[in-house]
Design a protein around this ligand. Structure first.
Ligand code: ZN
Length: 308
């Protein structure tokens, strides 16, 4: 057994305006940081529209296609832009997570990391949002249920921002448990702990600014891991955003690089107990390039160690 790393050069062709935090260099530094880790490296296919449509209506896909600029940049909202390469990048990003699910559930690899952009956890059914076009992780969760016949999939999102898109796309399906921890207050402002989902299948955790490592560990040990164990997922999907790092310019949670290794180990522990270690992880945020590279390397190094 081993760990797959799935990416595609097209994800570097989603170009945001100068000074935008979600920049091409993010993926470049992640790929560089992973270059010495022994991984099964795979090329991301394009997601099929039928797979995207478990989360987004065809009219939304058509709207993105119509918005694609032939040159330059088109602004979809205050934060979200498309360049000529953005639609293929988004199809490859979703496709990477779908291939990760296939590889893990077919038993070809124990776990997998999708090194992708644009990220996905803010995209709602018909709303591109927060740098995101397609809900990559939600699309993969529904594919694992419908295509592979799983009964329970858990998503854990430790990005510093609320995974509002993932929650919106998944909370109507009691087969999916969505757990998302976020700094509060912080954009997008949703993710209050009283919001537990239609089927009590959402766990929102609000962390005050400057929480730091100790609070992170305590909250995950007391709330996240027991909830996950009780749910007993057949696949664990991670929305791996690294913008809770103390050096990140967009937030103030003040986690350390080592915290991402720790949480990865603990999530792998639960996956071992629950589903033979089956973990799929997908890149979300992380906007200080050095912190992003180091944190992603720490995360994937643990996946590789646990995937042996
Ligand atoms: Zn984020």
């Amino acid at each position: 057994m081993t760990t797959a790393m799935i990416t595609h050069p097209a994800c570097l062709n989603h170009v945001t305006p100068d000074g935008h935090p979600e920049q091409v260099a993010r993926l470049q530094v992640v790929l560089d940081a992973l270059s010495d880790i022994p991984l099964e490296r795979l090329s991301a296919p394009m997601a099929a529209d039928d797979d995207l449509k478990r989360c987004h209506p065809q009219s939304y896909i058509d709207r993105l296609r119509a918005a694609l600029p032939s040159s330059g940049s088109r602004q979809l909202d205050a934060d979200t832009h498309m360049s000529p390469g953005s639609l293929e990048a988004a199809y490859r990003a979703a496709g990477a997570v779908l291939l990760a699910v296939d590889k893990v559930l077919n038993g070809d690899v124990k776990n997998a990391f999708a090194a992708i952009r644009p990220p996905g956890h803010h995209a709602e059914q018909e709303i591109p949002m927060g740098f995101c076009l397609f809900g990559n992780v939600a699309i993969a969760a529904k594919y694992a249920l419908d295509h592979h016949g799983l009964r329970r999939v858990a998503i854990v999102d430790f990005d510093v921002h609320h995974g509002n898109g993932t929650q919106a796309l998944c909370e109507d399906d009691p087969r999916i448990l969505t757990i998302t921890s976020q700094q509060m207050p912080l954009w997008p402002g949703t993710g209050d702990p009283v919001d537990t989902g239609e089927f009590d299948n959402v766990l929102n955790i609000a962390l005050p600014p400057a929480s730091g490592s100790d609070v992170f560990h305590k909250v995950y040990e007391e709330q996240v891991f027991p909830r996950l164990m009780a749910f007993a997922p057949e696949l664990l999907i991670i929305s791996a955003g690294f913008d809770a790092h103390r050096d990140d310019p967009l937030a103030q949670l003040e986690f350390e690089t080592e915290d991402f290794a720790w949480v990865t180990h603990r999530l792998c522990d639960i996956a071992e107990a629950s589903c033979n270690g089956r973990v799929v992880s997908a890149l979300e945020g992380g906007y200080n390039l050095d912190a992003l590279a180091a944190s992603a390397a720490a995360h994937v190094s643990v996946l590789e160690e646990r995937g042996r």
